[in-house]
Design a protein around this ligand. Structure first.
Ligand code: UDP
Length: 238
């Protein structure tokens, strides 16, 4: 039985998503593997089972709550080494259909989901980071897919390498007063481009926005944040 670590951040108001996320992931994600959840939060969330590890994390403010994710993950690197796989999932995801362990990358090392907003789009429209001074830079003409930052993962050693490289890249950008256009997602896209031969790519059935109608079978829903007060309310921007 494979051991899978699920990394989850819910600082501030994003903690409202935890309960339903956990229930859905616990019952439907990677059947026949053993899941443990690492939850970074500053809120009192209801945890009554021993498969959930709480890590106190203060809310840093937008966009740092999402941008600094790889810094947070690198703090628990030693614990993560004991797993076969590591996945990150955004707070507002719900696993709708049973997802078997065959989704775990086997011959590849890493796992990425095509962003639903860029599914079947011309790569010229991808919102990669275009500032050549950023470590997330991707020039026009390069890159075949635009990946979502909200669900990704890989074999433990490969994902720990990603965590180390991206925390260092993001830190280098910050030291140069640069924040990539889509934060962590821009850095992830650059990393996946650099490691594309080791990447398992799946479609937006694993990141299917609530209320959308794509010609795909819905497996994981991205809850519509406007139904929960909207982006700026959830991020506590006002
Ligand atoms: N996040 C958080 N607290 C915040 C803002 C963001 O915990 O105040 C985390 C949470 O895991 C969320 C992720 O950062 O799912 C990405 O945030 P964002 O609002 O950008 O979600 P997106 O719009 O990309 O779905």
């Amino acid at each position: 039985m494979k051991k899978v670590a699920v990394l989850y951040i819910c600082t501030g108001r994003y903690s409202i998503f935890w309960k339903d996320f956990y229930k859905s992931a616990k019952s439907k994600l990677f059947a026949n593997s053993s899941l443990e959840f690492f939850v970074f939060t500053d809120q009192d969330i209801d945890v009554s089972t021993n498969d959930v590890h709480l890590i106190y994390q203060e809310k840093m403010g937008w966009p740092y709550d999402t941008l600094m994710r790889f810094h947070l993950f690198s703090k628990i690197k030693d614990e993560l080494k004991h797993f076969d796989y590591i996945f990150f999932m955004n707070a507002n995801l719900i696993v709708e259909k049973e997802i078997s362990s065959s989704l775990l990358p086997d011959k590849e090392d890493l796992f990425g989901v095509i962003h639903p907003g860029f599914y079947n789009k011309d790569p010229a429209e991808f919102t990669y980071e275009r500032n050549s001074k950023s470590t997330a830079y991707i020039p026009q003409g390069k890159g075949h897919h635009y990946f979502m930052g909200g669900f990704n993962g890989g074999k433990s050693s490969a994902f720990i390498q990603l965590i180390e490289q991206l925390s260092s890249n993001i830190q280098m950008d910050l030291d140069n007063n640069i924040i990539a256009i889509w934060h962590d997602e821009s850095h992830l896209n650059r990393y996946f481009l650099d490691h594309q031969e080791r990447l398992k790519i799946v479609g937006p059935e694993y990141g299917y926005p609530q209320g959308w109608n794509l010609p795909l079978e819905r497996k994981i829903t991205i809850l519509d944040k406007t139904k929960f007060g909207g982006h700026s309310f959830l991020r506590n921007e006002k």
